[in-house]
Every structure is written in structure tokens, then in C-alpha cells.
Write a protein that binds this ligand. Structure first.
Ligand code: ACO
Length: 322
């Protein structure tokens, strides 16, 4: 049995921050941001009631409603995030409580922007082994709290939000998948954790913020995502034009356009929301999936190829039947 997506949901914070809004906070411009990234605006949390947990729970609830399953029918909850509210308990355990999914095992995974694909592939592996039959997977980020707001080359790129999918073990669903990591490249995109509180190790207990070498990440993204797509197509014996929808990690419209060009495909097969969401890291693919699903664009039997890359470095992809 393989994982089939039977419901989706998403949640965005209420505050819209346009490029002009950011220009009032720092030396940047709508022209610079749009021409390099395609981003017009992003959503940012703006009150204490909007948290990683609140967005994850809301997206999860919407996905459950869409699926028709009851919370207690969920066997597994996986939350992909690098910006949880607590070190422990995990966001997944807190979502379990919020939703009343009392039968579910719950845990978080950290694979940055590839996190939703790692969650999907993990749930699919549980289904293939017969351990579980249903799962709720969520990608959620509140990156605004770990971004360096004095670094204009990174802070303008990101947004907050959550996306979710309910999965059921089915005869048809995921057709092929892959994931990988290269820890040796991790230094191009990183965010240190808290200082060490061990009494025998003296460090400053200050928080660090996100650092990114944008050009290195750009090159890695275009090369690795294109490789992943070709590898999945080869596994399935398909050509690029056989895929109905490519749902790629929404980091930058130029990355998406470069990949479409390399595959010699029209951008019409590459829906995008980076213009109004920015890069929401682990949440970007499930938010996009929810948008295209709720817009009625996906038909039964459509072939979807999901692909993402992120800090770690990590990458993941899945080819599935809708
Ligand atoms: N506003 C105005 N000027 C800026 C800004 C800004 N927000 N940020 C940087 N600049 C300036 C720089 O200071 C530099 O000025 P200089 O030439 O006087 O030194 C100039 O703009 C050009 O900077 P570059 O870094 O060369 O710009 P580039 O064209 O490479 O674009 C960008 C930068 C948008 C970050 C690009 O490298 C990129 O998109 N990289 C990929 C980033 C990405 O997608 N990351 C994924 C995030 S993490 C994840 O999803 C896994």
C-alpha cells in the first residue's frame, strides 16, 4: 500500500507585509525584491496568538475536514518544522492534543524546506510496511522569529504559514519518491541554536539568526531539483510532459522558471504562490497544494510531481497520482 492524499488544508497569518512595507523598515525596494524573486508580499505573524502551533493545528483541522476522517481515525502525525514554539514537547504532540487525535503517534522532523517531502516519504514508508493506515502530515514555519531582520538579502525572502495533508494507505497514490542529504554543504544555509547552558561549558546564551549564502543556494536548488525530477521520471518511465502538475518548493520564481526551462516545459504546469506567500520553508509545498486543490485545478488521475530542497542540505521529491 502507498500513501494517497485524501485531504489538504492551510493557514496563513492575517498580516500582509508588502515589499513597500519592508522598504519602510530597511533599505530595499519592491523593484529589487520582485525582479530577483517574484515576491510581492508575504504573511507574517503579528500577535502572540499566532504561533507555529496555532497555524499547524488550523491547517491540520482543515485537512481533516477535507478528508472526511475523524481525528481519532488518524494513526500518525508528523510535523515538519525548524521553528517550533517549544524544544519539547514536539509540535506534533501539541497538534495531536489540539485536534483530539488520541490514537496517533506524533513526532516532528527537521529537514528545513524539504521537510514536507520527508514527512510524506516517512508516512509512505510506514504505509508500505503495514504499520499505519492513516496519517496527518503538516509543514509549518514561523521563520519571522529566526530571521536576521538586519540582513536585507535574506529577510525579504521569507513568510510564515502552515500547510497540511491527510494521507491514507491505498492501492494507488505515491508512484515513486526519493530524498537525500549532504551535510557537507550545510554551512550555506544555517541557524545556530541557543547557547549552551551546561555549567561546565562557558558560552554566551544568545540566540543566533538565519544565515544564507543566496547565490550558492540558488545554484544548488536549480541543479538538485532538476536532477531529482529526472530521477523520478526515470524511475516511473515517464517524460517531463507526462506530468500534469509540478509543485515545487516556493523559494524564488527564478528558480522555478529555470527548472521549467531545463525541462523544456511551459510554466503553466508549475503553479506558484511565492508572489503572495514568499518562501514559507516546510510549509510552501502543502500551502501550494491546498491552493491548487481548493481552486479545483486537480482532477482524479492527475500526475503530480512534488519536489523541494532546503537547509541541511536536504532534498526530496515524490511522484503521485491524485
Ligand atoms: N534590497 C536591495 N538590495 C539588496 C537587497 C535587498 N533586499 N539584498 C541584497 N541587496 C544588494 C546587495 O547588497 C548587492 O549589492 P552590491 O552589488 O552593491 O554589493 C546587490 O543587491 C546584489 O546582491 P546579490 O546577492 O548579488 O543578488 P542576487 O541577484 O544573487 O539575488 C537572492 C539575491 C535573491 C538572495 C538570490 O541569490 C537568491 O534568490 N538565492 C536563492 C535564495 C533562496 O531561494 N533560498 C532558499 C531559501 S532557504 C530554502 O528555501 C531552503
Amino acid at each position: 500500500m502507498r500513501a494517497k492524499i485524501i485531504g489538504t488544508g492551510s493557514c496563513l497569518p492575517t498580516k500582509v507585509a508588502t515589499n513597500d512595507d519592508l522598504s519602510a523598515l530597511m533599505d530595499t525596494s519592491d523593484e529589487w525584491i520582485q525582479s530577483r524573486t517574484g515576491i510581492r508580499e508575504r504573511r507574517l505573524v503579528s500577535s502572540e496568538s499566532e504561533t507555529t502551533l496555532s497555524m499547524a493545528a488550523q491547517a491540520g483541522k482543515a485537512a481533516l475536514t477535507d478528508s472526511g476522517l475523524q481525528p481519532e481515525e488518524i494513526d500518525l502525525i508528523i510535523v515538519a518544522t525548524v521553528s517550533s514554539d517549544f524544544v519539547t514537547p514536539s509540535t506534533a504532540c501539541m497538534v495531536q492534543k489540539e485536534l483530539g487525535a488520541v490514537c496517533a503517534a506524533a513526532f516532528d522532523i527537521n529537514a528545513a524546506c524539504s521537510g514536507f517531502l520527508f514527512a510524506l516519504n516517512t508516512a509512505d514508508a510506514y504505509f508500505q510496511s503495514g504499520i499505519y493506515q492513516t496519517a496527518l502530515i503538516i509543514g509549518v514555519e514561523t521563520l519571522s522569529k529566526i530571521i536576521d531582520w538586519t540582513d536585507r538579502s535574506t529577510c525579504v525572502l521569507f513568510g510564515d504559514g502552515a500547510g497540511a495533508a491527510v494521507l491514507r494507505a491505498s492501492e494507488q497514490g505515491i508512484i515513486a519518491s526519493l530524498q537525500g542529504s549532504n551535510g557537507a554543504g550545510g554551512h550555506v544555509l544555517m541557524c545556530k541554536n541557543r547557547g549552551n547552558n551546561n555549567p561546565y561549558i562557558s558560552t554566551d546564551a544568545c540566540l543566533d539568526y538565519l544565515y544564507m549564502d543566496g547565490q550558492e543556494v540558488f545554484k544548488f536548488a536549480v541543479k538538485k531539483e532538476t536532477e531529482c525530477i529526472h530521477a523520478l521520471l526515470a524511475q516511473a518511465g515517464l517524460m517531463p510532459e507526462d506530468i500534469d502538475w509540478y509543485l515545487l518548493h516556493q523559494a524564488n520564481q527564478r528558480i522555478i522558471a529555470s527548472i521549467a526551462r531545463k525541462l523544456k516545459l511551459s510554466l503553466a504546469k508549475f503553479p506558484s504562490n511565492v508572489d503572495h506567500c514568499g518562501n514559507t520553508s516546510a510549509a510552501s509545498i502543502p500551502i501550494l497544494l491546498d491552493e491548487v486543490h481548493k481552486a479545483g485545478k486537480l482532477k482524479d488521475g492527475d500526475l503530480l510531481l512534488l519536489s523541494g530542497f532546503g537547509a541541511g542540505l536536504t532534498w526530496g521529491a515524490a511522484l503521485l497520482l491524485w
